[in-house]
Design a protein around this ligand. Structure first.
Ligand code: FES
Length: 290
């Protein structure tokens, strides 16, 4: 029997078209939803040898790019995800704050697109909890040791506070702020696109455990081969560009399980008038699927 995944509780649990409970997805249907979620980006990436990061670079070159992060609602999921009515609308911090207030953990997440690239965004009530000791159900951002795919120690997540720009000034854009984390969302395993809590199972239950462990909920879950990522544990990682073999270090969120070799890269951003805007400072980090 095909492997099935149960969606989180959703309005309208019966889908007459399919003749079965729409809260159940098999792998084929999930893949359809997932690739629809970033269909525009994938369609563009298929046009020859241009990679995802090339779109970002191309937009950056124009000088007039739209830097706003937009919601991307998977086709058929309009009544399932909380941002279902906001497809291609700009993401606003206040939306995330309002949605997070409804959850057990004070967290919320959404799929999106930024500069033609698939992204995930997660709201974590870090500022409220950062002075508290890590405890179950009290989400906050933590920092851990990071390793490359061979298991070699690369650095610690706290080095994020030491990052400098070319002019030597500190780059604070990567440091946690506004209780928001923005991540490039192609899986470092085989480049699928993880979804935030699209399935409800042991990895995505609405709970939080400290330490970047696999047991708690609120994970980014890649259904292709079940890699899991904890958006609350920041660490330093190393990956490589698959086209030219060059390696690069980056800051990202921890891989907690599954076959992916390393975690997902962070995207620096600003919040301007409530709108979340990505910054293209570290384009190399997003080239591992090129
Ligand atoms: S592509 Fe994500 S686990 Fe394989």
């Amino acid at each position: 029997m095909a492997r099935q995944f149960r969606l989180r509780p959703a309005p309208g649990s019966h889908n007459p078209e399919e003749g079965k409970d729409s809260s159940i997805l098999d792998r084929r249907r999930f893949m359809k939803y997932t690739f629809n979620a970033a269909g525009g980006a994938i369609a563009m990436a298929s046009l020859g040898t241009v990679g995802f990061a090339s779109f970002l670079m191309g937009q950056a070159d124009t000088g007039g790019e739209d830097t706003g992060v937009k919601y991307w609602v998977p086709k058929g999921q309009e009544d399932v995800v909380w941002y279902g009515s906001m497809h291609e609308q700009e993401m606003q911090k206040s939306h995330l704050v309002a949605e997070a207030a409804k959850s057990n953990t004070g967290m919320a997440g959404a799929q999106g697109v930024w500069s033609g690239m698939p992204v995930n965004i997660v709201y974590v009530p870090h500022e409220e909890n950062e002075s508290k000791p890590p405890a179950e159900g009290v989400p906050r951002i933590q920092y851990g040791e990071g390793y490359d795919a061979a298991g070699t120690f690369i650095g610690h997540g706290r080095e994020i506070f030491d990052v400098t720009l070319e002019d030597g000034s500190p780059d604070t854009s990567l440091q946690p702020h506004d209780n928001i984390l923005l991540m490039f969302s192609r899986c470092p395993h085989l480049c699928c696109i993880p979804g935030w809590q699209l399935v409800a199972n042991d990895f995505t239950a609405d709970t939080w455990l400290p330490g970047g462990v696999d047991a708690g909920g609120n994970k980014l879950f890649c259904i292709c081969h079940s890699s899991r990522y904890d958006p609350t544990m920041l660490e330093k990682n190393r990956n490589r560009n698959r086209s030219n073999g060059s390696t690069f270090d980056y800051f990202g969120v921890r891989l907690t399980g599954g076959p992916a070799p390393v975690g997902l890269p962070l995207i620096p951003f600003n919040v301007e008038d409530d709108v979340i805007k990505g910054l293209s400072t570290y384009q190399e980090w997003y080239t591992f699927c090129d």
